[in-house]
Structure formats: structure tokens, C-alpha cells
Design a protein around this ligand. Structure first.
Ligand code: PLP
Length: 366
């Protein structure tokens, strides 16, 4: 049996009439840019993640840029982030005008190591961007304690962690702001690019909205110089149609993860995802570790199971950061994991026979 890495078409078929109705309404109303569908989604998403404000934008990368621009990051400032993420996190630090300072990850959870954060702080540090990687919250108690003690802001990168919780609080509610991506493959995905920032600070919300909309929220009143980063009406209506299903989809991902855990736990050399106490993991990705990762991936591919590596090169070692001259010894966990991680098929609609196929193939691997 072939097992896809994800199945967006199946998700569409399951809610086809809701999606088709949403798209038709936007076309009927010609509500293509901003308008009622965008306003409605912003209200609904803020409520879903318990935030006072949601500012939609074009994608999760812009969300990071807009959050830092609103916090008035300046040249010479240093922003601390994790060595293990998608490049948007660190690239937007640079584009906002600051310098990215990488920290190693915690050996078990793949999230930023608070001890490493503490030792990376210099007089130039202004903020920290933890990433709730793969859907597991970072250690927010420790990170917020450091931020408070040192007077730093925190932006949570929630692109992979819609509805995840840390000690019974939703991710995104700890820092000054949190950024989301609705890239089609994310746990809540549009049918194109889409993103958002949430915050409980109304001053930041106003500034982010201005920055995303040419520097002003009233037409022709450009109070500052902004960019054009808008969520379009079609994507907003699609996201509003999908949002009521998100809690159920999240439970389905967690149930699928439990099936993998049970099937893979006892297999020699396989390390299943480790969830730290007090954190709910929403399994955007189900990522195992294996000492012969490339051979195992080839074995699965040859037998019709799609996998992915998120990510094959940790951020400090990318060509884009050669100027820093990072060495593996500075980020031992991230460096070790980049050669061991393998993401298995994971989506809300995955079936037990599909998962058994994956587990049996891994068990048969020599
Ligand atoms: C997907 C992702 C982003 C970027 O989101 P886009 O919508 O693709 O721009 C940022 N950070 C992380 C951790 C992501 O996974």
C-alpha cells in the first residue's frame, strides 16, 4: 500500500461543500482583498487561540517580519532563536534589521534549550524567538523567566503549533506576539499562502496592522512606511470554513501519533518523539530519529511510503549563514539530529492500515 506524506485532496473531499460554498461567496461578493471575510476570520482565529487581536497577513514569514518591525528592531540588535527551524525564523530577524543569534536545542524535544538562551544573551540582545517545532511547545516557563529577568521581548513562532498548549495555556499567549502560518500543509492550511500574528497588546496590534497595510489602516493615511502583506478574501473564507474542524483534526493527529508510538517504541534504533511534561503536542510532524536515517528513508521510499527531512541542514550550518563561521561543536544536538531525523506520513485522515504499513516496513528494515 502506498502511503502519502500528507493528503490535502482527501481533506478537501471530506469538507468539499463547505469549501466550495465559501469560495463561491467571495466571488459573488467580489470581496477579494480585505473585506468581511478577512475581518471574520481574524475574529474567529483570535477567539480560537484565546488572543485579544489577530492581524492577518500574506504568510507566516511576513508575520515574523511584521512582529519584529512592530517591536522596532534596529541594526545592531541581536535576536536569539533556535538552531532547528525553518529558515523564515532567522531570515526575518536579518530582514527586520537585527542579527540572528542561534541556540542549540534540547536533546529530547528539538525545541530551543533555555540554558543555551541564557548564555547567548549579550548587552545587545533585544528578544527571543522560540519555535514550537513539529507542534510541541518550547519550554515557555523557563524562556519567559529569562525574558522577564533580562527585559527581553518574546515572539512565539507558532507556524507548526496551532492549538498546542503548554501547562494548560495556549501557545502564543506567553510572549508579546505570536506568528502563524496557514501554508497549505500546516495543521490549519489555506489553499495558497496565508499567515497571521496574534497579540494581547493593542499598541502592537495597531502597529502590525499598519505595517502590513502600506503604513496605515485608513486609505491614503500613510502614518508610517509599511509593506503590502494582506490575507486575501478567498483564503480567509477557506480558513473560516476549516477552522471549526481544527480541534477534531488535531485530536486525529494525536491519535495517529499514539498509534505510531505503540508500533515503533520497541523497535531497536528507532527513537519516537519525546513529549516533555505539561506540553500538548499537536503533531504537525511526526519525526523519529534513526542512526541509519538515509538508508531507512530509501527503504520506505522504495516501498511506496513518502517521508521528509525537516530539516536536512540545521540553520547555523546553511550556506546563508556561512558569514558567521558556525562550528558543529557550538550546536551539538542540532548538528547530531540533522543526520538522524525523519518525518513519517502524518495527517488527520491517515488510516490504521496506512500506519501499519509504515510500522511494518520500519520493523522489517535491516
Ligand atoms: C511554515 C513556517 C514558517 C513560514 O510560514 P510561510 O507561511 O510558509 O511563510 C515560519 N516558521 C516555521 C517554523 C514554519 O514551519
Amino acid at each position: 500500500m502506498a502511503v502519502p506524506y500528507a493528503d490535502l485532496h482527501l481533506q478537501y473531499l471530506n469538507i468539499k461543500s463547505e469549501i466550495d460554498t465559501a469560495i463561491a461567496a467571495v466571488i459573488r461578493d467580489s470581496a477579494f482583498i480585505r473585506g468581511p471575510y478577512v475581518d471574520a476570520f481574524e475574529r474567529q482565529f483570535a477567539a480560537a487561540v484565546d488572543a485579544s487581536h489577530c492581524i492577518s497577513c500574506a504568510n507566516g514569514t511576513d508575520a515574523l517580519y511584521l512582529a519584529m518591525a512592530a517591536l522596532e528592531v534596529r541594526p545592531g540588535d541581536e535576536v536569539i532563536t533556535t538552531a532547528h527551524s525553518w529558515i523564515s525564523t532567522s531570515a526575518m530577524i536579518t530582514h527586520a534589521g537585527a542579527t540572528a543569534v542561534f541556540c542549540d536545542t534540547d536533546a529530547r524535544t528539538f525545541t530551543i534549550d533555555p540554558v543555551a538562551v541564557e548564555s547567548a544573551i549579550t548587552p545587545r540582545t533585544v528578544g527571543i524567538i522560540p519555535v514550537h517545532l513539529y507542534g510541541q511547545p518550547a519550554d515557555m516557563t523557563a524562556i519567559m523567566a529569562i525574558a522577564r529577568k533580562r527585559g527581553l521581548w518574546v515572539i512565539e513562532d507558532c507556524a507548526q503549533a496551532h492549538l498546542a498548549r503548554y501547562k494548560d495555556r495556549p501557545v502564543g499567549s506567553f510572549g508579546e506576539a505570536a506568528t502563524y502560518s496557514f501554508y497549505p500543509g500546516k495543521n490549519l492550511g489555506a489553499m495558497g499562502d496565508a499567515g497571521a500574528i496574534v497579540t494581547n497588546r493593542s499598541d502592537l496590534a495597531e502597529r502590525m496592522a499598519m505595517l502590513a497595510r502600506h503604513g496605515g489602516v485608513v486609505k491614503h493615511q500613510h502614518r508610517i512606511e509599511g509593506i503590502n502583506s494582506r490575507l486575501d478574501g478567498m483564503q480567509a473564507a477557506i480558513l473560516s470554513a476549516k477552522l471549526p474542524h481544527l480541534a477534531r483534526w488535531t485530536k486525529a493527529r494525536q491519535a495517529a501519533a499514539a498509534v505510531y508510538d505503540r508500533g515503533l517504541n520497541q523497535i531497536e534504533d528507532v527513537v519516537v518523539p519525546q513529549v516533555a511534561p505539561d506540553r500538548s503536542h499537536v503533531y504537525h510532524l511526526y519525526t523519529i530519529q534513526h542512526p541509519q536515517r538515509d538508508k531507512l528513508a530509501a527503504h520506505l521510499t522504495a516501498n511506496g511510503v513518502q517521508t521528509a527531512i525537516n530539516y536536512p541542514v540545521a540553520l547555523p550550518f546553511l550556506e546563508a549563514y556561512r558569514r558567521f563561521g558556525h562550528r558543529p561543536g557550538q550546536f551539538p544536538n542540532a548538528h547530531r539530529n540533522q543526520g538522524r531525523i525523519l518525518s513519517l506520513p502524518m495527517f488527520a485522515e491517515i488510516t490504521l492500515p496506512q500506519q501499519n504499513t509504515v510500522v511494518d516496513l520500519i520493523r522489517a528494515f535491516r
